[in-house]
Design a binder for this molecule. Structure first.
Ligand SMILES: Cc1cc2nc3c(=O)[nH]c(=O)nc-3n(C[C@H](O)[C@H](O)[C@H](O)COP(=O)(O)OP(=O)(O)OC[C@H]3O[C@@H](n4cnc5c(N)ncnc54)[C@H](O)[C@@H]3O)c2cc1C
Length: 418
């Protein structure tokens, strides 16, 4: 008899586990509390701009091997698009200075040896001072590991680590930062090409996964929130979705809990997870980017950190954005638009806009919060955890989410073998 894998949560972590288990012969049933799959990685039609927008601009890098393999498995890897080589243009909007870091396309970080390809006014020794990140432990602070001042920090290290960790870099975990550096900057330009789901997160990473599952006879139930579950003899034995809606688990059925930490810890008393989160603020403007606008522009010296150019739209990401969540929306939109004009070389009145403030975008990637991340194995033999907040060795990213989903699926498969 075919066993059923119940996946709780249809974010990237849950969907990646679901696809892997479906491919391995399990019958898969995904249960999602809300009426849309995707969790923190989703698109929707926005009336204010008249555009389909993402809840947040999501940047992948070509070295994100699990995320790309997931997209390949649902047939959408070609939907992750970016420039041929790893070039990152930047602008300092206080001085107007513009430069481009060119990481090339090789497997070694030789770009640091070439003055014309590295950050202006930096020398090789500045880069060598970043070496301690490579072997730093997850308990070490970034601020205790590398210099958090100077030109290289302001122009490259700070923007990169802020985006990766979603905390002020000095308070971040050096081990998590090091994992990013090892898998991207240190792996040369071939691992650093920026990739974006230009057609939208849902169109590239979410809806095709749901379709993949449904076309093969698996179920994805939306508006189906797990309220509690029963256990018998060290196994999850029934899933309770409210009222009469209870699913009894058969011998051999498994559960992958791929919900955010607050939901997981309330469903599973005794489970520890991160308790501090940081916001990410995104602003979207209905505005045709000028011809030749870079797909992604690093912005230094303003409130804006990254400016993305999409067809009909300029979009902005601001990490570690708790300071902005209570600011009046119009005031914030205007402040961001002022920076966009300087950075993007555009002008004009505030165009139609939307601000999306994800208050709990990611857990705070500090050593203390990182220490609270549980592994995938639980006290219940047939229940495994997935999620960007579980102990993946990475900060909360799509790559970490897919790895957690793959890992939970692999544990399910390993447990099933005689
Ligand atoms: C604004 C923003 C920008 C970001 N930018 C980037 C980026 O540039 N690059 C990058 O790699 N990552 C980025 N991230 C991080 C990335 O989005 C997350 O790491 C990833 O989406 C987390 O996926 P997940 O499946 O682990 O969790 P979630 O997406 O939170 O999914 C969990 C799902 O479980 C559901 N659920 C909760 N409780 C229950 C229940 N009881 N029963 C059933 N279902 C339940 C939820 O509704 C949700 O759909 C960003 C995140 C945000 C918010």
């Amino acid at each position: 008899m075919q066993n059923t894998a119940h996946i709780i949560g249809a974010g990237i972590s849950g969907l990646s586990a679901a696809v892997r288990l479906a491919n391995a012969g399990f019958k898969v049933a995904v249960h999602e509390a809300t009426h849309q799959a995707g969790g923190r990685c989703r698109s929707y039609f926005d009336g204010a701009t008249g555009l389909t927008i993402d809840n947040g601009n999501h940047l992948l890098l070509s070295g994100n091997s699990h995320a790309r393999a997931y997209a390949r498995s649902i047939g959408t890897e070609a939907g992750l698009v970016g420039p041929e080589s790893a070039q990152f243009p930047f602008v300092d909007i206080t001085s107007g200075q513009r430069w481009q870091i060119d990481l090339g396309a090789g497997r070694l970080p030789t770009w640091v040896l070439d003055e014309s390809r590295r950050v202006p006014d930096t020398g090789l020794t500045d880069y060598l001072k970043l070496a301690p990140l490579i072997w730093a432990s997850e308990q070490t602070l970034v601020g205790k590991s590398i210099p958090c001042e100077g030109i290289l920090y302001q122009r490259l290290v700070q923007p990169l680590l802020l985006a990766a960790l979603n905390v002020d870099p000095p308070e971040g975990s050096a081990g998590l930062a090091g994992a990013i550096v090892r898998e991207t900057l240190l792996a040369g330009g071939q691992a650093c090409r920026p990739l974006i789901a230009r057609e939208g997160l849902s169109a590239v990473l979410i809806e095709p996964a749901v379709k993949f599952l449904q076309e093969r006879g698996h179920s994805v139930q939306l508006g189906h929130e797990l309220r509690s579950f029963a256990t018998t003899d060290g196994r999850a034995s029934a899933l309770n979705f409210g009222g009469e809606d209870v699913i009894a688990l058969k011998e051999g059925d498994v559960v992958v809990m791929a919900v955010p930490p607050r939901a997981a810890t309330s469903l599973m008393p005794g489970l520890k997870g991160p308790t501090e989160f940081r916001a990410i603020v995104n602003a979207h403007f209905r505005f045709e980017p000028p011809p030749g606008s870079p797909a992604i522009l690093g912005v230094i010296g303003g409130v804006v950190e990254w400016l993305f150019a999409f067809p009909n739209r300029l979009s902005v990401t601001i990490s570690n954005g708790d300071r902005l969540v209570d600011m009046p929306r119009e005031e914030l939109a205007q402040a961001i638009w002022n920076d966009v004009c300087k950075a993007g070389g555009v002008s004009g009145e505030l165009p139609p806009w939307q601000i999306v403030r994800e208050r709990r975008a990611t857990f705070a990637a500090t050593p203390a919060q990182n220490a609270l991340r549980p592994g995938p194995v639980t006290a219940l033999k047939n229940l495994f955890l997935a999620g960007d907040w579980t102990a993946t060795g990475l900060p909360a990213t799509i790559e970490g989410s897919v790895r957690s989903g793959d890992r939970a699926a692999d544990l399910v498969l390993a447990a099933k073998r005689p």
